[in-house]
Ligand binder design. Structure first.
Ligand SMILES: N=c1c2ncn([C@@H]3O[C@H](COP(=O)(O)OP(=O)(O)OP(=O)(O)O)[C@@H](O)[C@H]3O)c2ncn1[C@@H]1O[C@H](COP(=O)(O)O)[C@@H](O)[C@H]1O
Length: 107
């Protein structure tokens, strides 16, 4: 069976009230949103660097780190992944450029 982002989100949520000291996810929840957000930013920058260097293997690895930390951040904020996917679905009604224009100039 294929592993999905929903599966990872469920796994992450299950760690939230876990008492296991071996869980990295649990340590992030315990540290709080500022720490999680900082890690997400670091992983995003590492993804950008990998892309600038054209390092395909690193892009895949760093993107996985970004997606994992993003899902931890969403869980910490009590935002289900389905809400983000619904937002993406809503956007399919218009092109990206039309959506950008609807937000006004300068953004
Ligand atoms: N997908 C991931 C995943 N991706 C990245 N990471 C961790 O994210 C961290 C990345 O940070 P860095 O590269 O900066 O490494 P680091 O120096 O160890 O991190 P810090 O000390 O700075 O926090 C590493 O510790 C990775 O192990 C992840 N940790 C967990 N998962 C998933 O979450 C599940 C539950 O993990 P635990 O909560 O640890 O049981 C795992 O089975 C995986 O499926």
């Amino acid at each position: 069976m294929t592993f999905t982002l929903d599966d990872l989100a469920t796994l992450i949520a299950s760690r939230r009230n876990d008492s296991a000291s071996t869980s990295y996810t649990k340590s992030l929840f315990d540290a709080g949103t500022p720490r999680i957000a900082k890690k997400l930013g670091e992983e995003a920058v590492e993804t950008v660097i990998a892309a600038m260097e054209g390092d395909r293997k690193a892009i895949v690895s760093e993107t996985a780190d970004v997606l994992y930390h993003l899902l931890v951040l969403l869980e910490a904020q009590d935002i289900p992944l389905s809400e983000v996917v619904a937002e993406l679905g809503r956007r399919t009604a218009q092109s990206g450029l039309a959506e950008k224009a609807s937000r006004g100039a300068g953004e």
